[in-house]
Design a protein around this ligand. Structure first.
Ligand SMILES: C[S@@+](CC[C@H](N)C(=O)[O-])C[C@H]1O[C@@H](n2cnc3c(N)ncnc32)[C@H](O)[C@@H]1O
Length: 217
């Protein structure tokens, strides 16, 4: 079910999805069973497609949880690619390590426990994709830090721009200029920053809403 799409549109999206690989299906089920806020299979499949379209080799994630979104990205990266997963919670990354190892993607993954912002500073760009799924109040800061480290044509993707920690109603108010919560204010601040050049942005209503921005300085 989706709070973003009507039931009919949600069913149509699902009908257009092929079966997930066994490991991705297991991770989807794990996320649901644990009530873990993953992007879900529809948005995940789209992330993988974006990585392929961008010919991505290097992806940085602000907020990886147990590695679900990363597993979709990893599927599109070459074996010598570079995917950095970050999370405050070491046990999430232990689970991510186990899943991504079993999926055969350990070769291209680095797992970094702690603050994603500190991890980001410890790596050099250029990045092909930066994925932002951390605290909503820090989305704009993540973007500011990412920009100098992006290649021309890189993608910056942010989750939860239509639902999640901030409800659709809260986000609508925030986009209209009256944010009822810090999370909604953070998302609105972010969306405002990527609306115009040097970004070209589309909001994609899959999962809880992805903001997809192409950077060209
Ligand atoms: C929404 S979940 C990530 C889900 C993941 N991207 C997925 O779809 O599979 C957010 C995760 O980011 C972590 N997190 C939030 N802010 C963070 C930060 N500044 N540094 C590191 N981890 C962070 C949280 O611990 C949580 O596990």
């Amino acid at each position: 079910m989706s709070d973003v799409l009507t039931d009919a549109a949600f069913d149509a999206v699902r009908a257009g999805n092929p079966d997930q690989s066994p490991i991705l299906a297991e991770m989807t089920e794990y996320g649901h069973d644990e009530h873990f806020p993953i992007v879900g299979p529809d948005a995940g499949r789209f992330l993988r497609l974006l990585a392929r379209l961008a010919d991505a080799r290097r992806v940085f994630e602000f907020g990886s949880g147990f590695g679900y979104s990363a597993a979709w990205f990893a599927d599109a990266l070459p074996a010598d690619g570079d995917l950095v997963l970050t999370d405050f919670d070491e046990s999430n990354l232990d689970r991510a390590t186990e899943f991504l190892d079993r999926a055969g993607y350990a070769d291209r993954c680095t797992f970094e426990a702690g603050d994603a912002f500190e991890s980001f500073e410890s790596h050099d760009g250029p990045w092909d994709i930066v994925f932002i799924d951390c605290q909503k109040t820090r989305y704009a800061d993540a973007l500011d830090r990412a920009v100098p480290e992006l290649r021309d044509g890189a993608l910056v993707v942010a989750d939860n721009v239509l639902d999640g920690p901030a409800s659709p109603d809260e986000l609508r108010q925030a986009f209209a200029g009256t944010a009822p919560s810090d999370a909604a204010a953070g998302i609105a601040e972010y969306v405002e920053k990527v609306r115009d050049a040097p970004f070209e942005t589309a909001i994609v209503p899959l999962g809880e809403g992805l903001s997809v921005s192409r950077y060209s300085p």
